[in-house]
Write a protein that binds this ligand. Structure first.
Ligand code: NZQ
Ligand code: ZN
Length: 392
């Protein structure tokens, strides 16, 4: 296990009716609030009205319309509002896109220059406005981490940036706020949670039983509860387990102490950067093909461990057990209603080469991924995503 620092100061307020605590939480930072939200789901499900009632004694400035795959233009708009209106605290209400956009607005407010500069540097060092969020979709883990991913449509780039000051101060996690999430987004969010767990689980660092066994438990949690939530969207416990799993999958718990680059995320970020697809869907399509690509004599033991501990595969030969595990992963995503080929989400071969080169340029997959990948390897993985696959 590698050395690490684990310090996540987000105050989690989990459960029903906890929003009554919102005024007290925000009052600690001031009276002038930037309320940030997406395309209107919070207006449809009543959360917006509830917040307005709770914050009647606050001065609220609104930034609506944060896009899925949030854009640099919206970050700039938000930062300008914060400066002009002398905002004290940002309240993000929505999924990962709204929380991510708010994190970067919080930082960009104090940044002199184009925020794309520090996004491209991958890190923000400096002051940021305090951020409180009300999460409405279980997926990214943004509610308890210091990362954010922003898209620049002028350059077709989607880049992740991190900063200690961007960590949410308080996150309200009420599973009831996710009852209205569509089947598609529920499945996509669950695939994203699983992918965060896979990315950290399949690493070359030895001796990480704590991280790996915790990850296996979280994977089983998602695999069990997503299908329940798809059939019964108002099932509180299913939504609660997905929500808490999403937070724990990417707050450092399973990733700390393990080195090396992630693999599927850098490739997916290029798919979203060029085609604006849903992040979790891209990951679900890529994951089984990537697992097939990384399966070799050295990795078979770990992929077989995943197959046996997560999918109860009983096969004793590692390579075969691994293949069964990959097939089960593929079948699971398909059963959740995820389109499992790129053409189904409107992507053909045209930009494979370009996206592969960008994935290598924007990440360290060529050197430090679980199994290093060149642009040609990435093209091969993308080509595999053109048609339905079988791994047995
Ligand atoms: O915009 P609204 O109207 O709110 O609708 C959203 C959006 O259309 C809808 N939605 C959210 N909550 C809902 C709801 N619809 C009904 N009821 C609700 N309660 O769902 C759609 C998707 O929302 P979005 O916020 O885009 O989804 P998600 O949470 O999956 O976030 C995806 C973004 O996060 C980034 C992704 O790349 C992508 O840009 N990521 C952020 C990470 C992080 N900060 O650590 C890590 C991840 O790997 C990921 O890259
Ligand atoms: Zn992700």
């Amino acid at each position: 296990m590698d050395n690490f620092r684990f310090c996540v100061g987000t105050d989690i307020r989990f459960g029903k009716e906890r929003l009554a605590e919102l005024p007290e939480v925000l009052a600690e930072y001031g009276k002038k609030v930037l309320l940030v939200y997406g395309g209107g789901s919070i207006k449809k499900n009543g959360l917006y009205d509830k917040i307005q009632r709770l914050l009647k004694d606050f001065e609220i400035v609104e930034l609506a319309g944060v896009e899925p795959n949030p854009r640099l233009t919206t970050v700039k708009k938000g930062a300008a509002l914060c400066r002009e209106q002398q905002i004290d605290v940002i309240l993000a209400v929505g999924g990962g896109s709204t929380v991510d956009c708010s994190k970067v607005i919080a930082a960009a407010t104090f940044y002199e220059g184009d925020p794309w500069e520090f996004i491209k540097d991958r890190q923000y060092v400096g002051k940021a406005l305090p951020l409180v969020d009300i999460l409405t979709l279980a997926a990214t883990g943004s509610e308890m981490n210091r990362g954010a991913v922003i898209s620049n449509w002028d350059t077709n780039e989607k880049i992740g940036v991190g900063g200690w000051e961007m960590l949410p101060k308080v996150s309200f996690l009420d599973p009831e706020n996710t009852f209205t999430v569509s089947k598609y987004q529920t499945a996509a969010g669950s695939a994203d949670i699983l992918s965060h767990l896979f990315e950290n689980y399949f690493k070359n660092t030895e001796g990480t039983d704590v991280q790996d066994f915790v990850a296996e438990g979280l994977m089983k949690t998602v695999i069990k509860n997503c299908p329940i939530a798809l059939v019964e969207p108002n099932n509180y416990d299913a939504r609660a387990n997905l929500m808490w799993a999403s937070t724990l999958a990417l707050n450092g718990l399973t990733g700390s102490g393990k080195g090396g680059a992630w693999s599927c995320h850098p490739i997916e970020h290029e798919l979203s950067a060029y085609y604006d697809i849903t992040h979790g869907i891209g990951l679900a399509i890529l994951t089984p093909r990537w697992l097939k690509y990384v399966l070799n004599e050295k990795t078979a033991t770990k992929i077989a461990q995943y197959a046996r501990n997560v999918w109860q595969v009983t096969e004793s030969v590692d390579e075969l057990a691994a293949r069964i595990g990959i097939q089960k992963t593929y079948d699971y995503f398909k059963a959740c209603g995820i389109p499992m080929t790129l053409p189904e989400v409107g992507i053909d071969e045209e930009k494979f080469e370009l996206m592969a080169q960008q994935a290598v340029k924007h990440s360290d997959i060529e050197n430090s991924a679980y199994v290093p990948m060149t642009a040609a390897d990435v093209v091969g993985i993308l080509q595999d995503c053109l048609i339905e696959s079988s791994y047995l």
